[in-house]
Design a protein around this ligand. Structure first.
Ligand code: ACM
Length: 649
Protein backbone atom coordinates (compact mmCIF):
# COMPACT_ATOMS: atom_id res chain seq x y z
CA UNK A 1 0.00 0.00 0.00
CA UNK A 2 1.34 3.42 -0.87
CA UNK A 3 0.88 6.20 1.66
CA UNK A 4 2.15 9.74 1.55
CA UNK A 5 3.83 11.14 4.57
CA UNK A 6 4.38 14.83 4.94
CA UNK A 7 6.36 15.75 7.95
CA UNK A 8 7.13 19.25 8.98
CA UNK A 9 9.55 19.26 11.79
CA UNK A 10 10.56 22.32 13.68
CA UNK A 11 14.19 22.25 14.46
CA UNK A 12 15.73 24.35 17.13
CA UNK A 13 19.31 25.10 16.41
CA UNK A 14 21.95 26.97 18.29
CA UNK A 15 21.74 29.82 15.82
CA UNK A 16 18.01 30.32 15.83
CA UNK A 17 14.69 28.69 15.20
CA UNK A 18 13.63 27.68 11.76
CA UNK A 19 11.24 25.31 10.12
CA UNK A 20 12.44 22.52 7.92
CA UNK A 21 9.98 20.90 5.55
CA UNK A 22 10.66 17.28 4.81
CA UNK A 23 8.58 16.22 1.89
CA UNK A 24 10.57 13.59 0.05
CA UNK A 25 8.76 10.34 -0.10
CA UNK A 26 9.95 7.00 -1.23
CA UNK A 27 8.77 3.43 -1.04
CA UNK A 28 10.29 1.00 1.43
CA UNK A 29 10.99 -2.65 0.77
CA UNK A 30 7.63 -3.82 2.10
CA UNK A 31 5.76 -1.23 0.10
CA UNK A 32 5.36 1.23 3.01
CA UNK A 33 6.07 4.81 2.10
CA UNK A 34 8.50 6.40 4.50
CA UNK A 35 9.53 9.95 5.09
CA UNK A 36 13.04 10.94 4.14
CA UNK A 37 15.17 13.43 5.96
CA UNK A 38 16.72 16.44 4.24
CA UNK A 39 17.53 16.03 0.53
CA UNK A 40 20.88 14.44 -0.13
CA UNK A 41 23.50 17.12 -0.70
CA UNK A 42 27.02 15.73 -0.86
CA UNK A 43 29.78 18.06 -2.10
CA UNK A 44 31.69 17.12 -4.18
CA UNK A 45 29.09 15.09 -6.05
CA UNK A 46 29.96 11.37 -5.78
CA UNK A 47 30.65 9.22 -8.82
CA UNK A 48 27.61 7.09 -8.06
CA UNK A 49 24.90 7.46 -5.44
CA UNK A 50 21.92 5.15 -5.26
CA UNK A 51 19.18 6.15 -2.87
CA UNK A 52 17.54 3.19 -1.18
CA UNK A 53 14.37 3.09 0.85
CA UNK A 54 14.49 3.69 4.56
CA UNK A 55 16.61 5.67 6.94
CA UNK A 56 19.30 4.95 9.44
CA UNK A 57 18.85 6.50 12.89
CA UNK A 58 21.77 7.01 15.24
CA UNK A 59 21.15 4.94 18.40
CA UNK A 60 21.97 6.27 21.89
CA UNK A 61 25.14 4.19 22.06
CA UNK A 62 27.17 4.12 18.90
CA UNK A 63 29.86 1.56 18.28
CA UNK A 64 32.46 2.21 15.59
CA UNK A 65 34.30 -0.90 14.46
CA UNK A 66 37.59 -0.67 12.58
CA UNK A 67 39.89 -3.66 12.24
CA UNK A 68 43.02 -1.62 11.70
CA UNK A 69 42.05 1.13 14.08
CA UNK A 70 45.57 2.61 14.12
CA UNK A 71 45.43 3.39 10.40
CA UNK A 72 41.95 4.78 10.75
CA UNK A 73 42.63 6.88 13.83
CA UNK A 74 41.72 10.19 12.18
CA UNK A 75 38.53 8.83 10.62
CA UNK A 76 37.38 7.46 13.96
CA UNK A 77 38.36 10.64 15.84
CA UNK A 78 36.64 12.89 13.33
CA UNK A 79 33.43 10.85 13.29
CA UNK A 80 33.32 10.45 17.07
CA UNK A 81 33.92 14.14 17.60
CA UNK A 82 31.13 15.20 15.24
CA UNK A 83 28.66 12.73 16.70
CA UNK A 84 29.34 13.36 20.38
CA UNK A 85 29.68 17.15 20.05
CA UNK A 86 26.49 17.66 18.08
CA UNK A 87 24.26 14.84 19.33
CA UNK A 88 25.52 14.21 22.87
CA UNK A 89 25.35 10.47 22.13
CA UNK A 90 27.95 8.04 23.40
CA UNK A 91 30.49 6.71 20.91
CA UNK A 92 32.81 3.79 21.60
CA UNK A 93 35.14 1.75 19.45
CA UNK A 94 35.14 -2.02 19.67
CA UNK A 95 36.78 -4.28 17.13
CA UNK A 96 34.80 -7.36 18.12
CA UNK A 97 31.29 -5.97 18.56
CA UNK A 98 28.59 -8.32 17.24
CA UNK A 99 26.64 -5.56 15.53
CA UNK A 100 28.63 -2.34 15.33
CA UNK A 101 26.77 0.79 14.32
CA UNK A 102 29.43 1.97 11.91
CA UNK A 103 31.96 -0.38 10.30
CA UNK A 104 35.12 0.98 8.70
CA UNK A 105 36.70 -1.72 6.57
CA UNK A 106 40.02 -1.67 4.75
CA UNK A 107 39.94 -4.08 1.82
CA UNK A 108 42.39 -6.94 2.10
CA UNK A 109 42.47 -7.09 -1.69
CA UNK A 110 42.41 -3.86 -3.65
CA UNK A 111 39.19 -2.90 -5.36
CA UNK A 112 40.85 -1.42 -8.47
CA UNK A 113 37.94 0.88 -9.22
CA UNK A 114 38.52 2.74 -5.94
CA UNK A 115 42.24 3.43 -6.19
CA UNK A 116 44.02 5.04 -3.25
CA UNK A 117 41.34 7.52 -2.27
CA UNK A 118 38.02 5.97 -3.32
CA UNK A 119 35.45 4.44 -0.96
CA UNK A 120 32.15 2.66 -0.84
CA UNK A 121 29.56 3.87 1.62
CA UNK A 122 26.52 1.77 2.42
CA UNK A 123 23.90 3.21 4.72
CA UNK A 124 21.33 0.61 5.75
CA UNK A 125 18.51 0.94 8.30
CA UNK A 126 20.56 -0.49 11.16
CA UNK A 127 24.19 -0.22 10.07
CA UNK A 128 26.62 1.94 8.13
CA UNK A 129 29.59 0.41 6.32
CA UNK A 130 32.47 2.26 4.68
CA UNK A 131 35.04 0.25 2.74
CA UNK A 132 38.18 1.45 1.00
CA UNK A 133 41.58 0.23 -0.12
CA UNK A 134 43.44 2.83 1.91
CA UNK A 135 42.82 4.90 5.06
CA UNK A 136 42.46 8.04 2.89
CA UNK A 137 39.45 6.47 1.19
CA UNK A 138 37.82 5.75 4.55
CA UNK A 139 38.47 9.38 5.59
CA UNK A 140 36.79 10.74 2.45
CA UNK A 141 33.93 8.28 2.93
CA UNK A 142 33.47 9.60 6.46
CA UNK A 143 33.20 13.14 5.07
CA UNK A 144 30.39 12.01 2.76
CA UNK A 145 28.67 10.19 5.62
CA UNK A 146 28.65 13.27 7.84
CA UNK A 147 27.05 15.21 4.99
CA UNK A 148 24.16 12.71 4.95
CA UNK A 149 23.13 13.64 8.50
CA UNK A 150 21.13 16.79 9.27
CA UNK A 151 23.10 20.05 9.10
CA UNK A 152 23.08 20.25 12.90
CA UNK A 153 25.74 17.51 12.92
CA UNK A 154 28.10 20.47 12.35
CA UNK A 155 27.07 22.18 15.56
CA UNK A 156 29.70 23.04 18.16
CA UNK A 157 27.30 22.11 20.97
CA UNK A 158 24.64 19.50 21.58
CA UNK A 159 21.47 20.11 19.57
CA UNK A 160 18.27 18.66 20.99
CA UNK A 161 15.05 17.68 19.22
CA UNK A 162 16.71 16.50 16.06
CA UNK A 163 16.04 13.18 14.36
CA UNK A 164 19.61 12.05 13.79
CA UNK A 165 18.80 10.21 10.61
CA UNK A 166 20.62 9.57 7.38
CA UNK A 167 18.95 8.32 4.20
CA UNK A 168 19.84 4.77 3.15
CA UNK A 169 22.22 4.92 0.21
CA UNK A 170 24.87 3.01 -1.68
CA UNK A 171 27.71 5.29 -2.73
CA UNK A 172 30.70 4.38 -4.90
CA UNK A 173 33.11 7.24 -5.14
CA UNK A 174 36.65 8.09 -6.18
CA UNK A 175 38.41 11.26 -7.34
CA UNK A 176 39.06 12.48 -10.85
CA UNK A 177 42.44 13.96 -9.88
CA UNK A 178 45.04 12.90 -7.35
CA UNK A 179 46.12 16.51 -6.68
CA UNK A 180 43.19 18.55 -5.41
CA UNK A 181 44.61 21.67 -3.98
CA UNK A 182 44.14 25.00 -2.34
CA UNK A 183 46.94 27.53 -2.24
CA UNK A 184 47.20 29.71 0.87
CA UNK A 185 49.39 32.82 0.70
CA UNK A 186 50.74 33.23 4.23
CA UNK A 187 53.35 35.76 3.04
CA UNK A 188 51.32 38.89 2.20
CA UNK A 189 49.59 38.52 5.53
CA UNK A 190 50.80 36.07 8.11
CA UNK A 191 48.42 33.44 9.43
CA UNK A 192 49.21 31.51 12.59
CA UNK A 193 49.98 27.82 12.88
CA UNK A 194 46.51 27.26 14.36
CA UNK A 195 44.89 29.13 11.48
CA UNK A 196 46.76 26.94 9.00
CA UNK A 197 45.46 23.88 10.86
CA UNK A 198 41.95 25.28 10.72
CA UNK A 199 42.46 25.79 6.98
CA UNK A 200 43.30 22.09 6.73
CA UNK A 201 40.24 21.16 8.82
CA UNK A 202 38.00 23.16 6.50
CA UNK A 203 39.48 21.89 3.23
CA UNK A 204 39.30 18.18 4.04
CA UNK A 205 35.54 18.47 4.53
CA UNK A 206 35.40 18.84 0.74
CA UNK A 207 38.05 16.21 0.00
CA UNK A 208 40.92 18.54 -0.90
CA UNK A 209 44.20 16.73 -0.36
CA UNK A 210 46.87 19.31 -1.15
CA UNK A 211 47.76 22.51 0.67
CA UNK A 212 50.14 24.77 -1.25
CA UNK A 213 51.78 27.18 1.20
CA UNK A 214 53.13 30.33 -0.44
CA UNK A 215 55.81 30.91 2.18
CA UNK A 216 57.82 33.84 0.85
CA UNK A 217 57.14 37.10 -0.93
CA UNK A 218 58.00 40.80 -0.90
CA UNK A 219 55.95 41.25 2.26
CA UNK A 220 57.29 38.41 4.35
CA UNK A 221 59.52 35.36 4.71
CA UNK A 222 57.62 32.84 6.83
CA UNK A 223 59.85 29.84 7.43
CA UNK A 224 62.81 29.52 9.78
CA UNK A 225 66.02 28.59 7.94
CA UNK A 226 68.88 27.58 10.22
CA UNK A 227 72.05 29.50 9.44
CA UNK A 228 70.09 32.35 7.81
CA UNK A 229 68.58 33.98 10.91
CA UNK A 230 67.89 37.37 9.33
CA UNK A 231 65.26 35.80 7.05
CA UNK A 232 63.01 35.62 10.07
CA UNK A 233 64.53 38.35 12.27
CA UNK A 234 64.18 40.94 9.49
CA UNK A 235 62.29 39.28 6.63
CA UNK A 236 59.21 38.26 8.59
CA UNK A 237 58.26 41.71 9.86
CA UNK A 238 56.59 44.75 8.35
CA UNK A 239 54.58 47.76 9.49
CA UNK A 240 50.95 47.02 10.31
CA UNK A 241 48.60 48.76 7.93
CA UNK A 242 44.93 48.29 7.19
CA UNK A 243 42.93 49.55 4.24
CA UNK A 244 43.66 48.88 0.59
CA UNK A 245 46.87 46.91 0.23
CA UNK A 246 49.01 48.25 -2.61
CA UNK A 247 47.92 51.84 -1.93
CA UNK A 248 49.53 52.22 1.49
CA UNK A 249 51.87 55.13 2.15
CA UNK A 250 55.52 54.08 2.52
CA UNK A 251 56.28 53.46 6.20
CA UNK A 252 58.31 56.07 8.02
CA UNK A 253 61.47 55.13 9.94
CA UNK A 254 59.74 55.46 13.31
CA UNK A 255 56.85 53.11 12.52
CA UNK A 256 57.44 49.81 14.33
CA UNK A 257 58.17 46.75 12.21
CA UNK A 258 56.30 44.39 14.49
CA UNK A 259 53.62 43.01 12.16
CA UNK A 260 54.00 39.52 10.74
CA UNK A 261 55.53 36.31 11.99
CA UNK A 262 56.97 33.04 10.81
CA UNK A 263 56.84 29.31 11.41
CA UNK A 264 59.72 27.76 13.30
CA UNK A 265 60.93 24.43 11.96
CA UNK A 266 59.10 22.78 14.86
CA UNK A 267 55.90 24.59 13.78
CA UNK A 268 56.39 23.35 10.23
CA UNK A 269 56.83 19.77 11.43
CA UNK A 270 53.65 20.09 13.49
CA UNK A 271 51.67 21.52 10.55
CA UNK A 272 53.00 18.86 8.18
CA UNK A 273 52.07 16.07 10.59
CA UNK A 274 48.64 17.58 11.24
CA UNK A 275 47.99 17.73 7.50
CA UNK A 276 49.40 14.25 6.84
CA UNK A 277 47.13 12.72 9.48
CA UNK A 278 44.25 14.19 7.50
CA UNK A 279 45.59 12.91 4.18
CA UNK A 280 46.76 16.32 3.02
CA UNK A 281 50.17 16.87 1.42
CA UNK A 282 51.81 20.23 1.76
CA UNK A 283 53.54 21.80 -1.23
CA UNK A 284 56.01 24.44 -0.01
CA UNK A 285 56.66 27.41 -2.27
CA UNK A 286 59.76 29.58 -2.09
CA UNK A 287 59.02 32.25 -4.68
CA UNK A 288 62.18 33.26 -6.60
CA UNK A 289 63.72 35.07 -8.44
CA UNK A 290 60.95 37.72 -8.27
CA UNK A 291 58.79 38.40 -5.23
CA UNK A 292 61.96 38.17 -3.15
CA UNK A 293 62.15 41.48 -1.34
CA UNK A 294 61.80 39.97 2.16
CA UNK A 295 64.90 37.83 1.49
CA UNK A 296 66.75 40.81 -0.02
CA UNK A 297 65.87 43.11 2.88
CA UNK A 298 67.41 40.41 5.11
CA UNK A 299 70.48 39.74 2.94
CA UNK A 300 71.00 42.64 0.46
CA UNK A 301 73.97 40.84 -1.13
CA UNK A 302 71.41 38.56 -2.85
CA UNK A 303 70.49 41.49 -5.11
CA UNK A 304 72.36 42.81 -8.18
CA UNK A 305 71.29 46.31 -7.16
CA UNK A 306 73.58 48.30 -4.85
CA UNK A 307 70.69 50.25 -3.36
CA UNK A 308 69.28 47.01 -1.93
CA UNK A 309 71.08 47.83 1.35
CA UNK A 310 68.33 50.39 1.88
CA UNK A 311 65.45 48.04 1.05
CA UNK A 312 62.83 47.07 3.64
CA UNK A 313 60.22 44.36 3.73
CA UNK A 314 57.17 45.78 1.93
CA UNK A 315 54.21 46.81 4.09
CA UNK A 316 51.65 46.94 1.30
CA UNK A 317 52.95 50.01 -0.50
CA UNK A 318 53.02 49.78 -4.30
CA UNK A 319 55.89 47.67 -5.63
CA UNK A 320 55.08 47.07 -9.31
CA UNK A 321 53.88 49.23 -12.13
CA UNK A 322 51.56 47.16 -14.30
CA UNK A 323 50.45 50.03 -16.51
CA UNK A 324 52.51 48.70 -19.45
CA UNK A 325 51.36 45.09 -18.94
CA UNK A 326 53.51 42.03 -18.23
CA UNK A 327 56.25 41.71 -17.24
CA UNK A 328 55.71 44.51 -14.76
CA UNK A 329 58.16 47.30 -14.04
CA UNK A 330 59.52 46.90 -10.54
CA UNK A 331 59.74 50.12 -8.54
CA UNK A 332 62.44 48.48 -6.39
CA UNK A 333 64.53 45.49 -7.45
CA UNK A 334 62.74 42.56 -5.81
CA UNK A 335 64.71 39.91 -7.73
CA UNK A 336 67.49 37.64 -6.60
CA UNK A 337 70.58 38.22 -8.74
CA UNK A 338 70.91 35.40 -11.30
CA UNK A 339 74.56 36.37 -11.90
CA UNK A 340 75.66 36.02 -8.29
CA UNK A 341 76.94 32.61 -7.13
CA UNK A 342 76.04 33.53 -3.54
CA UNK A 343 72.38 33.34 -4.57
CA UNK A 344 72.73 29.66 -5.50
CA UNK A 345 74.56 28.92 -2.24
CA UNK A 346 71.72 30.68 -0.40
CA UNK A 347 69.10 28.68 -2.31
CA UNK A 348 70.97 25.44 -1.63
CA UNK A 349 70.77 26.13 2.11
CA UNK A 350 67.07 27.00 1.91
CA UNK A 351 66.09 24.10 -0.33
CA UNK A 352 68.09 21.57 1.71
CA UNK A 353 66.05 22.44 4.79
CA UNK A 354 62.74 22.79 2.99
CA UNK A 355 63.27 19.36 1.40
CA UNK A 356 63.81 17.81 4.83
CA UNK A 357 60.83 19.52 6.45
CA UNK A 358 58.24 18.74 3.78
CA UNK A 359 57.89 15.09 2.80
CA UNK A 360 55.89 15.93 -0.36
CA UNK A 361 57.68 15.02 -3.59
CA UNK A 362 57.50 18.51 -5.13
CA UNK A 363 59.00 21.85 -4.18
CA UNK A 364 57.51 24.92 -5.86
CA UNK A 365 60.12 27.55 -6.65
CA UNK A 366 57.84 30.33 -7.91
CA UNK A 367 59.21 31.97 -11.05
CA UNK A 368 56.24 34.29 -11.63
CA UNK A 369 56.22 37.97 -12.44
CA UNK A 370 59.99 38.46 -12.30
CA UNK A 371 60.47 42.00 -13.56
CA UNK A 372 63.14 42.61 -16.20
CA UNK A 373 63.84 46.31 -15.82
CA UNK A 374 66.63 46.02 -13.24
CA UNK A 375 68.31 43.03 -14.92
CA UNK A 376 68.26 44.77 -18.31
CA UNK A 377 70.58 47.52 -17.13
CA UNK A 378 72.75 45.53 -14.72
CA UNK A 379 76.42 44.91 -15.59
CA UNK A 380 76.62 41.61 -13.72
CA UNK A 381 73.63 40.30 -15.69
CA UNK A 382 75.16 41.55 -18.95
CA UNK A 383 78.38 39.67 -18.16
CA UNK A 384 76.41 36.53 -17.34
CA UNK A 385 74.61 36.80 -20.68
CA UNK A 386 77.90 37.09 -22.51
CA UNK A 387 79.49 34.23 -20.61
CA UNK A 388 76.54 31.86 -21.02
CA UNK A 389 75.51 32.98 -24.52
CA UNK A 390 72.12 34.19 -23.33
CA UNK A 391 70.42 36.50 -25.83
CA UNK A 392 67.36 37.70 -23.93
CA UNK A 393 66.24 38.37 -20.37
CA UNK A 394 63.74 35.43 -20.49
CA UNK A 395 66.79 33.28 -21.31
CA UNK A 396 68.48 34.71 -18.21
CA UNK A 397 65.50 33.61 -16.15
CA UNK A 398 65.57 30.21 -17.84
CA UNK A 399 69.25 29.89 -16.87
CA UNK A 400 68.32 30.73 -13.28
CA UNK A 401 65.41 28.25 -13.24
CA UNK A 402 67.62 25.43 -14.55
CA UNK A 403 70.16 26.05 -11.82
CA UNK A 404 67.42 26.10 -9.19
CA UNK A 405 65.95 22.89 -10.60
CA UNK A 406 69.36 21.22 -10.28
CA UNK A 407 69.43 22.14 -6.59
CA UNK A 408 65.88 20.87 -6.03
CA UNK A 409 66.61 17.61 -7.82
CA UNK A 410 69.86 17.16 -5.87
CA UNK A 411 67.72 17.06 -2.70
CA UNK A 412 65.61 14.23 -4.11
CA UNK A 413 62.63 16.44 -5.01
CA UNK A 414 60.75 17.41 -8.15
CA UNK A 415 60.85 21.00 -9.34
CA UNK A 416 57.69 22.98 -10.01
CA UNK A 417 57.19 26.60 -11.01
CA UNK A 418 54.56 29.04 -12.23
CA UNK A 419 54.04 28.97 -15.99
CA UNK A 420 56.55 31.79 -16.65
CA UNK A 421 59.26 29.12 -16.30
CA UNK A 422 58.22 27.94 -19.78
CA UNK A 423 59.65 31.14 -21.28
CA UNK A 424 63.24 31.27 -22.49
CA UNK A 425 63.62 27.48 -22.69
CA UNK A 426 62.51 25.18 -19.90
CA UNK A 427 64.10 21.95 -18.71
CA UNK A 428 62.15 18.87 -19.89
CA UNK A 429 61.72 17.61 -16.32
CA UNK A 430 60.19 20.80 -14.86
CA UNK A 431 56.58 20.68 -13.69
CA UNK A 432 54.34 23.61 -14.39
CA UNK A 433 51.56 25.33 -12.49
CA UNK A 434 49.44 27.06 -15.12
CA UNK A 435 47.97 30.28 -13.75
CA UNK A 436 47.76 32.73 -16.68
CA UNK A 437 44.82 30.79 -18.06
CA UNK A 438 44.67 27.17 -19.19
CA UNK A 439 46.72 27.68 -22.34
CA UNK A 440 50.19 27.34 -20.81
CA UNK A 441 49.11 24.15 -19.04
CA UNK A 442 47.68 22.75 -22.26
CA UNK A 443 50.91 23.42 -24.16
CA UNK A 444 53.08 22.12 -21.32
CA UNK A 445 51.05 18.89 -21.12
CA UNK A 446 51.56 18.34 -24.84
CA UNK A 447 55.28 18.80 -24.25
CA UNK A 448 55.18 16.14 -21.54
CA UNK A 449 55.56 18.39 -18.52
CA UNK A 450 53.51 17.49 -15.48
CA UNK A 451 50.91 20.20 -15.05
CA UNK A 452 48.74 21.53 -12.26
CA UNK A 453 45.96 23.78 -13.50
CA UNK A 454 45.13 26.86 -11.46
CA UNK A 455 43.98 29.44 -14.00
CA UNK A 456 43.00 32.94 -12.93
CA UNK A 457 39.79 32.76 -14.99
CA UNK A 458 38.32 29.97 -12.84
CA UNK A 459 40.46 29.36 -9.79
CA UNK A 460 41.67 32.66 -8.30
CA UNK A 461 39.82 32.91 -5.05
CA UNK A 462 41.35 36.29 -4.20
CA UNK A 463 39.21 37.82 -6.95
CA UNK A 464 35.98 39.53 -5.91
CA UNK A 465 32.93 37.29 -5.86
CA UNK A 466 30.36 40.08 -5.89
CA UNK A 467 30.05 43.72 -6.85
CA UNK A 468 33.00 45.90 -5.86
CA UNK A 469 30.77 48.02 -3.63
CA UNK A 470 30.37 45.10 -1.22
CA UNK A 471 33.88 43.64 -1.40
CA UNK A 472 37.46 44.59 -0.61
CA UNK A 473 38.57 45.89 -4.00
CA UNK A 474 40.59 43.55 -6.20
CA UNK A 475 41.29 44.18 -9.89
CA UNK A 476 39.16 41.27 -11.11
CA UNK A 477 36.01 39.32 -10.31
CA UNK A 478 35.20 35.64 -10.23
CA UNK A 479 31.67 34.63 -9.42
CA UNK A 480 30.63 31.19 -8.21
CA UNK A 481 29.03 30.20 -11.51
CA UNK A 482 32.27 30.89 -13.41
CA UNK A 483 34.26 28.93 -10.83
CA UNK A 484 31.85 26.04 -11.32
CA UNK A 485 32.71 25.96 -15.03
CA UNK A 486 36.33 25.04 -14.25
CA UNK A 487 37.36 22.01 -16.28
CA UNK A 488 40.95 21.20 -15.33
CA UNK A 489 41.36 18.71 -18.17
CA UNK A 490 40.44 20.64 -21.31
CA UNK A 491 39.98 18.60 -24.48
CA UNK A 492 43.12 19.94 -26.14
CA UNK A 493 45.43 19.00 -23.24
CA UNK A 494 47.20 15.67 -22.89
CA UNK A 495 45.30 14.31 -19.88
CA UNK A 496 48.16 12.01 -18.93
CA UNK A 497 50.19 15.04 -17.82
CA UNK A 498 47.47 16.93 -15.96
CA UNK A 499 48.37 15.69 -12.50
CA UNK A 500 46.12 18.05 -10.63
CA UNK A 501 44.32 21.30 -10.18
CA UNK A 502 43.88 23.82 -7.45
CA UNK A 503 42.49 27.19 -6.48
CA UNK A 504 44.74 29.97 -5.21
CA UNK A 505 44.10 32.35 -2.36
CA UNK A 506 46.42 35.36 -2.48
CA UNK A 507 46.05 37.44 0.61
CA UNK A 508 47.00 41.02 -0.27
CA UNK A 509 43.49 42.21 0.58
CA UNK A 510 42.84 39.54 3.23
CA UNK A 511 43.76 40.79 6.69
CA UNK A 512 42.17 38.14 8.93
CA UNK A 513 41.17 34.50 8.96
CA UNK A 514 37.40 35.14 8.85
CA UNK A 515 37.99 36.85 5.49
CA UNK A 516 40.07 33.85 4.37
CA UNK A 517 37.03 31.68 4.93
CA UNK A 518 34.72 34.21 3.26
CA UNK A 519 36.85 34.15 0.12
CA UNK A 520 37.20 30.36 0.05
CA UNK A 521 33.59 29.29 0.57
CA UNK A 522 31.51 28.55 -1.40
CA UNK A 523 33.84 28.90 -4.42
CA UNK A 524 35.97 26.02 -3.16
CA UNK A 525 32.82 23.85 -3.26
CA UNK A 526 32.84 24.48 -7.01
CA UNK A 527 36.55 23.73 -7.26
CA UNK A 528 36.15 20.53 -5.23
CA UNK A 529 33.53 19.32 -7.66
CA UNK A 530 35.76 20.23 -10.62
CA UNK A 531 38.69 18.22 -9.27
CA UNK A 532 36.79 15.28 -7.77
CA UNK A 533 33.54 14.60 -9.64
CA UNK A 534 33.06 13.23 -13.15
CA UNK A 535 32.32 16.13 -15.49
CA UNK A 536 29.01 14.57 -16.54
CA UNK A 537 27.84 14.69 -12.90
CA UNK A 538 28.19 18.44 -12.73
CA UNK A 539 24.95 20.40 -12.79
CA UNK A 540 24.77 24.09 -11.83
CA UNK A 541 21.15 24.13 -10.62
CA UNK A 542 21.63 21.07 -8.50
CA UNK A 543 24.96 22.42 -7.23
CA UNK A 544 23.28 25.65 -6.11
CA UNK A 545 20.68 23.64 -4.15
CA UNK A 546 23.45 21.72 -2.42
CA UNK A 547 25.46 24.88 -1.84
CA UNK A 548 22.51 26.45 -0.05
CA UNK A 549 22.23 23.42 2.20
CA UNK A 550 25.92 23.66 2.95
CA UNK A 551 25.52 27.32 3.91
CA UNK A 552 23.46 26.03 6.81
CA UNK A 553 26.25 23.60 7.67
CA UNK A 554 28.89 26.34 7.56
CA UNK A 555 26.70 28.54 9.78
CA UNK A 556 26.54 25.76 12.35
CA UNK A 557 30.28 25.10 12.04
CA UNK A 558 30.86 28.85 12.58
CA UNK A 559 32.74 29.05 9.30
CA UNK A 560 32.36 32.31 7.42
CA UNK A 561 31.32 32.17 3.77
CA UNK A 562 30.09 34.50 1.08
CA UNK A 563 26.40 34.53 0.23
CA UNK A 564 27.17 36.59 -2.88
CA UNK A 565 25.07 34.23 -5.04
CA UNK A 566 22.09 36.15 -3.69
CA UNK A 567 23.44 39.52 -4.82
CA UNK A 568 22.95 40.38 -8.49
CA UNK A 569 25.68 41.45 -10.89
CA UNK A 570 25.36 45.13 -11.60
CA UNK A 571 26.15 46.48 -15.05
CA UNK A 572 25.70 50.00 -16.25
CA UNK A 573 25.55 51.42 -19.75
CA UNK A 574 24.39 54.55 -21.53
CA UNK A 575 21.82 54.60 -24.27
CA UNK A 576 22.65 56.60 -27.46
CA UNK A 577 20.67 59.49 -25.93
CA UNK A 578 22.94 59.32 -22.83
CA UNK A 579 20.39 57.75 -20.48
CA UNK A 580 21.96 55.65 -17.72
CA UNK A 581 20.66 52.08 -17.84
CA UNK A 582 21.29 49.83 -14.83
CA UNK A 583 21.01 46.10 -15.27
CA UNK A 584 20.75 43.71 -12.35
CA UNK A 585 21.45 40.08 -13.22
CA UNK A 586 20.77 37.42 -10.57
CA UNK A 587 23.33 34.65 -10.41
CA UNK A 588 20.79 31.98 -9.48
CA UNK A 589 17.16 31.23 -10.27
CA UNK A 590 14.31 32.11 -7.96
CA UNK A 591 15.43 35.52 -6.76
CA UNK A 592 13.36 38.69 -6.73
CA UNK A 593 15.21 41.99 -6.56
CA UNK A 594 13.51 45.06 -5.08
CA UNK A 595 14.86 48.57 -5.35
CA UNK A 596 14.50 52.18 -4.27
CA UNK A 597 15.75 55.52 -5.54
CA UNK A 598 14.35 57.54 -2.61
CA UNK A 599 17.15 56.67 -0.15
CA UNK A 600 14.90 54.38 1.91
CA UNK A 601 15.63 50.71 2.46
CA UNK A 602 13.69 48.54 0.02
CA UNK A 603 11.80 45.42 1.04
CA UNK A 604 9.55 43.09 -0.89
CA UNK A 605 6.76 45.68 -1.04
CA UNK A 606 8.95 48.01 -3.13
CA UNK A 607 9.21 48.02 -6.93
CA UNK A 608 10.44 44.69 -8.23
CA UNK A 609 13.23 44.73 -10.79
CA UNK A 610 12.11 43.27 -14.11
CA UNK A 611 14.17 45.11 -16.74
CA UNK A 612 16.99 47.67 -16.93
CA UNK A 613 16.21 50.75 -14.87
CA UNK A 614 17.04 54.42 -15.30
CA UNK A 615 17.46 56.64 -12.25
CA UNK A 616 14.97 59.50 -11.90
CA UNK A 617 16.52 62.88 -12.73
CA UNK A 618 17.63 63.98 -9.25
CA UNK A 619 18.04 60.60 -7.56
CA UNK A 620 21.33 60.23 -5.70
CA UNK A 621 21.21 56.59 -4.56
CA UNK A 622 20.00 53.23 -5.85
CA UNK A 623 19.40 50.66 -3.13
CA UNK A 624 18.69 47.03 -3.96
CA UNK A 625 17.94 43.86 -2.04
CA UNK A 626 17.17 40.25 -3.05
CA UNK A 627 14.44 37.98 -1.74
CA UNK A 628 13.54 34.36 -2.18
CA UNK A 629 9.78 34.49 -1.85
CA UNK A 630 9.17 36.24 1.46
CA UNK A 631 12.67 35.64 2.77
CA UNK A 632 15.33 38.30 2.46
CA UNK A 633 18.52 36.59 1.28
CA UNK A 634 20.71 39.27 -0.29
CA UNK A 635 22.61 42.14 1.23
CA UNK A 636 21.27 45.67 1.15
CA UNK A 637 23.42 47.22 -1.57
CA UNK A 638 23.57 51.01 -1.77
CA UNK A 639 24.95 52.40 -5.02
CA UNK A 640 25.55 56.15 -5.34
CA UNK A 641 24.34 57.32 -8.74
CA UNK A 642 27.58 59.27 -9.23
CA UNK A 643 29.44 55.98 -8.83
CA UNK A 644 27.22 54.30 -11.43
CA UNK A 645 27.76 57.22 -13.80
CA UNK A 646 31.52 56.74 -13.51
CA UNK A 647 31.16 53.04 -14.28
CA UNK A 648 29.23 53.85 -17.45
CA UNK A 649 32.02 56.05 -18.75
C1 ACM B 1 50.63 34.51 -9.66
O1 ACM B 1 49.42 34.72 -9.51
N1 ACM B 1 51.47 35.55 -9.73
C2 ACM B 1 51.18 33.19 -9.76
Amino acid sequence: MRKLFLIVSFCISTIGVYAQSIINETESGDGEAVAMQTPIAIIPQPVSLMKKSGTFTLPENIVIQAQKSGDLKQSIAFLSDRITTATGKFVSTANSAAHPTIKLILNTQDDTQLGNEGYKLNVNPTQIVITANKPAGIFWGVQSLVQLFPAEIESKEVVKNIKWQAPCVDVIDYPKLGWRGLMFDVARHFFTKDEVKRFVDDMVRYKFNLLHLHLTDDEGWRIEIKGLPKLTEVGAWSVKKVGTFGDFTPPTADEPRSYGGFYTQEDIKEIVQYAQERFVNILPEIDVPGHSLAAIASYPELSCTADAVNYKVRSGEKIMDWSRGAPPLALVDNTLCPANEKVYVFLDTVITQVAKLFPFEYIHMGGDEAPHNFWEKNDQVKQLMQREGLKTIPQVQAYFEKRVEQIVVSKGKKFMGWDEILEGGVSPTASVMSWRGLKYGIEASKNKHNVVMSPTDFAYLDYMQADVITEPKVYASLRLNKTYQFNPIPASADPKYIIGAQANLWTEQIFNFRQVQYMIWPRAFAISESVWSPIEKKNWTNFVDRTEQHFERLDLAETKYSAAIYDPSITVRRTPDKQLMIELTPEIDGLDIYYSFDNSTPDRFYPKYTAAITPPKDASMLRIISYKGKQVVGRLISLPITDLQKRAR
